[in-house]
Design a protein around this ligand. Structure first.
Ligand SMILES: Nc1ncnc2c1ncn2[C@@H]1O[C@H](COP(=O)(O)OP(=O)(O)OP(=O)(O)O)[C@@H](O)[C@H]1O
Length: 245
């Protein structure tokens, strides 16, 4: 399975402002690999994640293609069929993966029963989500807890393509390493993984990502291995590697 953006341009006109948020973006997220997406705040990373999971805002004007397994995905019905078992998203704000009125444990159990792929125990262990938080509602979780709950929710259907938007942003260093190890194992088992992250120093010390792509103002400006990117003269790209060894 491979997910791809081909010359994808996304323009948003809200009536109050108008902006090209992704500009002729081409990116492949291949099976068995972790592709890491880097970029400064507001450059379009979450919009790219939304494009790859069929979650662009209604107001978006889109040209170019999103391909999943080589097939263009052009309408919401098609995305509804793909979401879950084929394409999964760990949203940047984990709380948005859940509805407010039910406990997280109940919602995870409902997903386990609906998809019948991974067990709840397996998904929660992989996501490092503690079972003693099951009885809490989403807003009663800490930022790190709900982020891990959202990863567990995304893993339950065992999607072939997993898009994780800053999945370790609220975690301490030890938990972040463990979650990256989970993503690595998940990719090694055959999934295509795209992980949006700011944590370049963790990526370079662990070597956990196979490839990195750099987004700037809605454009992919560089892509390659960590060592390839570090050797580039572009100050924007170099800026991500300043703290890494
Ligand atoms: N629902 C929306 N409607 C209109 N514009 C949006 C919407 N969501 C995001 N944008 C705009 O799209 C641009 C890219 O936003 P995006 O959330 O993709 O950035 P990002 O790189 O993920 O940033 P961060 O690292 O801060 O999360 C921003 O200018 C933002 O204002």
């Amino acid at each position: 399975m491979i997910a791809e953006l081909c010359e994808l341009t996304v323009h948003i006109d809200t009536g109050r402002w108008s902006e090209t948020v992704l500009d002729a973006v081409s990116l492949a997220v291949p099976a068995g690999r972790i592709t890491a997406l880097l970029g400064e705040s507001g450059c379009g990373k979450s919009m790219l994640a939304a494009a790859l999971t069929g979650g662009l805002p209604e107001s978006a004007q889109v040209t170019g293609e999103v391909l999943v397994d080589g097939v263009p995905v052009r309408d919401r019905r098609h995305w509804r069929r793909l979401r879950g078992r084929t394409v999964g998203l760990v949203p940047q704000a984990g709380v948005t993966a859940f509805s407010a009125g039910h406990t997280v444990g109940a919602q995870l159990r409902e997903r386990e029963n609906r998809y019948r792929r991974w067990t709840l125990d397996r998904a929660c262990a992989a996501a490092r989500y503690p079972a003693d938080a099951f009885d809490l509602h989403p807003h009663q979780h800490s930022g790190g807890q709900i982020q891990r709950a959202a990863l567990a929710a995304a893993l339950l259907p065992a999607p072939e393509v997993l898009i994780a938007d800053e999945p370790t942003a609220s975690l301490d260093a030890d938990l972040a390493h463990e979650v990256w190890a989970t993503l690595r194992q998940y990719a090694d088992a055959g999934a295509a993984v795209l992980a949006i992250t700011q944590d370049v120093s963790l990526l370079t010390t662990t070597g956990v990502a196979d490839r990195m792509a750099v987004l700037r103002e809605g454009r992919i400006t560089a892509a390659g291995s960590a060592s390839e990117l570090r050797s580039l003269a572009d100050p924007y790209v170099r800026g991500f590697f300043l703290d890494s060894v």
